[in-house]
Design a protein around this ligand. Structure first.
Ligand code: PAJ
Length: 291
């Protein structure tokens, strides 16, 4: 069953139809690049698709708003959906194939929702601490999608850095023959990291939210300058976001870039990650920089 589409983009709703298409492409020697998404596509997603197109013969995008990774049912309900617009964007980007399954296709039985990959301690900190169950749901659906698509490369954004690390670890754990590629965060002109959730911000809130990136770059600068200790940097950043931005801050932390464990100081030029999550009204935004 091929879904009706106004566009040339191949769109498949079922796993078996997708497999038939991908097997024929593999048969003719094409490498497969995969960009999993939850839709409401923006330039951040497009950059992943472009990278896939450069690296691979065939680029597959999936759009699936995965219910098991939303710890807040309201966030799931309010998650923006615009499949027709997304299809246009995919076509313009030159994406070859869209996998657009419904919930029953991914989870034919309710029990399937309970089969999860436990990301271990990496899943307990930062986002994991504030969104219980989120990473188990995310990693499980990514595993399921990778098993279905069997790509050579899969592309993930640095914007969701903890997610990237967990997917990377999971692929290593299962010894999947897939290269996980990290793509840089795409930002609005004012520095705000692009996100599907930004659609829910007013123009004024978008402008205000640029303070998140400004605070991260200030912290990066201070870490590199080595003048202030990390505790002072974190305190000042939290103060700026809370007082100047009037945001509620879930966390602002400086961590080892592989373990995401909090660090108090930098050892031998080790790579660090500065990560934050803030609420602008009832919209939760995350961002990070690698230092
Ligand atoms: P979604 O939020 O739609 O993001 C899909 C991919 O786009 C992720 O790899 C994310 O990191 C990347 N992305 C989002 N905003 C970006 C930006 N501004 N710059 C660069 N990349 C960006 O992340 C998910 O969906 C889901 O958790 C998913 C992996 C699809 C599993 O359900």
């Amino acid at each position: 069953m091929r879904a009706f589409s106004r566009f040339i983009l191949e769109t498949y709703l079922s796993i078996s139809d997708l497999n038939e298409y991908l097997d024929s492409k593999r048969g003719s020697g094409a490498s497969i690049g995969f960009v999993p998404t939850m839709g409401a596509l923006h330039d951040g997603h497009m950059s992943l698709l472009k990278e896939s197109k450069e690296k691979c013969g065939i680029t597959v995008c999936s759009i699936f708003v995965n219910p098991t990774q939303f710890n807040d049912p309201k966030d799931y309900q309010l998650y923006p959906k615009n499949t027709e617009k997304d299809k246009k964007i995919l076509e313009e980007t030159g994406c070859d194939c869209l996998f657009l399954p419904n919930v029953e296709e991914i989870y034919p039985y309710d029990e399937f929702k309970q089969i999860t990959f436990d990301p271990g301690s990496l899943g307990d900190v930062l986002e994991g601490a504030h969104r219980p169950g989120h990473f188990a749901g995310m990693a499980s659906v990514v595993k399921r999608l990778l098993d279905i698509v069997r790509p050579d490369n899969a592309f993930f954004g640095q914007k969701d850095y903890q997610q990237f690390l967990i997917v990377h670890k999971m692929v290593e754990f299962y010894k999947l023959p897939i290269e996980i590629v990290k793509c840089p965060t795409v930002r609005e002109n004012n520095g705000l990291a692009m996100s599907s959730r930004n659609q829910r911000l007013s123009a004024e809130e978008r402008e205000k939210a640029s303070l998140i990136y400004k605070t991260l770059t200030w912290a990066e600068h201070e870490i590199n300058a080595g003048r202030l200790n990390f505790e002072t940097i974190i305190k000042q950043a939290m103060f700026d976001l809370t007082e100047k931005g009037e945001f509620k801050v879930d966390y602002f932390d400086i961590c080892g870039s592989n373990t995401l464990e909090h660090v108090d100081f930098r050892k031998d030029n080790e790579k660090l990650a500065v990560l934050t999550a803030v609420w602008v009204r009832d919209i939760r935004l995350i961002d990070n920089l690698l230092v």
